[in-house]
Design a protein around this ligand. Structure first.
Ligand code: C6P
Length: 410
């Protein structure tokens, strides 16, 4: 039995969606790839934590510290279940995708890379999945190579195979979904290819995890990084999933409290993962909020969310295809709810500012994907990005405003 997706009910869970923009027009928030809005359940969970359970974790023997530790660790167990990790020990809390990738670059790659080794990335990556590898390869005399794209914005899989066949790739690092093209990459297939070549695979899940079910066991990935704030949780909390045996063999990258076993003035031994990678006081309330976001999304069902955002993306693409002067960037068949475009005769920033005057929040620029824009030969694009609470009426408002803007400047 199919249960109809109740957008109005979902929208009612997000207080910010009823605010008015620029004094008189309702807010149409289409900048969800930058950050998502937060449902009441997440706001309540963070509020409840600070009012009733706030203390530091893993340290005190008092009741509050035990309550805070339980809230923090229960969030970890929820995240493990959400992505089907085999154990809570495979879930490291970080500040976000960027920190998760830097953690792997500094803790794993810095110790394992030898001169001449290759980190294989792609042209469609966010800077968070390019710059950390440039930094670590510069320090180890290894190299970063980039997989080119097909004309529709899909990854060139023949080029992946060719690069892996050369035998020097230690890690394939690839985004699950592009934050510009919307392309969803075939992660399970890429994992098989990487493993067959003796390489690990890291997946940047920042733009996927809020929109589709993610099962790290079925995908068979070694690392999976994502940010809480793009999936209805607060900012400042993120996740690195790492296969247990790989995390156990990795040294820490930051030292401090809560990541040690023994400290003497002569040296230290380290705690087992995940604590080994969580030096200092962690973002406790953020983790609690992430746990609540996981509960919220699970309550709706990620299959239902995926079906909804896919249908809405198709609706948006159909609208934009009908507007003269608007060119959508990226036509890969599997796509996330991200639609980047240009408007003939208009700079992307001007388009975004004009849309803003109509209450419509979109992003314009290079979206932290400068190499991709260079590859596309575009200085900037405008991007509308959707979420589980986006309505068809909002897409209509956006597309009509865009049609008027494109018409005037044609
Ligand atoms: N993209 C966007 O507007 P952080 O900042 O660590 O939470 O996420 C970084 C990141 C990594 N990978 C991808 C694919 C991303 O899209 C992002 C964040 C936002 O597109 C902000 S630049």
């Amino acid at each position: 039995m199919t249960i109809a997706y109740d957008t109005a009910r979902v929208r009612a869970d997000f207080p910010i969606l009823s605010r008015v923009h620029h004094a008189d027009v309702p807010l149409v928030y289409l900048d969800n790839a930058a950050t998502s809005q937060k449902p009441q359940a997440v706001l309540d969970a963070v509020d409840h934590f600070y009012r009733h359970d706030n203390a530091n974790v893993h340290r005190g023997l008092h009741l509050l510290s035990e309550a805070a530790t339980e809230a923090y660790e229960s969030a970890r167990r929820k995240v493990a279940g959400f992505i089907n990790a085999r154990s809570w020990r495979e879930i490291v809390f970080t500040r976000g995708t960027t920190e998760s990738i830097n953690l792997v670059a500094q803790a794993w790659a810095r110790t394992h890379l030898r001169p001449g080794d290759i980190i294989l990335s792609t042209v469609m990556e966010h800077h968070a999945n390019i710059v950390p590898w440039q930094m670590v390869t510069a320090a180890t005399s290894a190299e970063v190579h980039y997989i080119p794209l097909e004309p529709d914005g899909a990854l060139d899989l023949d080029a992946v195979k060719q690069a892996l066949d050369a035998g020097r790739v230690r890690l394939l690092t690839v985004t699950h979904a592009s934050n510009v093209l919307g392309t969803v990459n075939p992660i399970r297939k890429l994992a098989q290819m990487a493993h067959a070549a003796g390489a690990f695979i890291l997946v940047d899940g920042a733009q996927a995890v809020a929109h589709q079910p993610v099962d790290v066991a079925a995908l068979d990935v070694d690392f999976y990084a994502f940010s809480g704030h793009k999936m209805c949780a607060p900012t400042g909390i993120g996740v690195l999933y790492g296969r247990r045996e790989i995390l156990e063999a990795m040294p820490p990258w930051m030292g401090g409290g809560d990541m040690i076993e023994q400290v003497t003035l002569a040296g230290s031994t380290y705690a087992a993962p995940p604590n080994r990678f969580e030096a200092g006081t962690p973002p406790i309330a953020g983790a609690v909020g992430l746990g609540a976001a996981v509960d919220y999304l699970t309550g709706i069902g990620m299959e239902a969310v995926h079906a909804r955002v896919s249908e809405l993306t198709a609706y948006t693409l159909a609208w934009l295809a009908d507007i003269p002067g608007v060119q959508v960037i990226g036509r890969a068949p599997h796509r996330a709810p991200v639609v980047a475009f240009t408007v003939k005769g208009l700079h992307a920033h001007d388009t975004a500012q004009m849309l803003d005057l109509s209450g419509i929040a979109v992003r314009a620029g290079h979206h932290c994907a400068m190499p991709l824009h260079t590859d596309l030969g575009l200085p900037a694009t405008v991007r509308a990005s959707l979420a589980l609470y986006t309505s068809r009426a909002e897409i209509d408002t956006f597309a009509r405003a865009l049609r008027d803007i494109a018409h005037v400047h044609a």
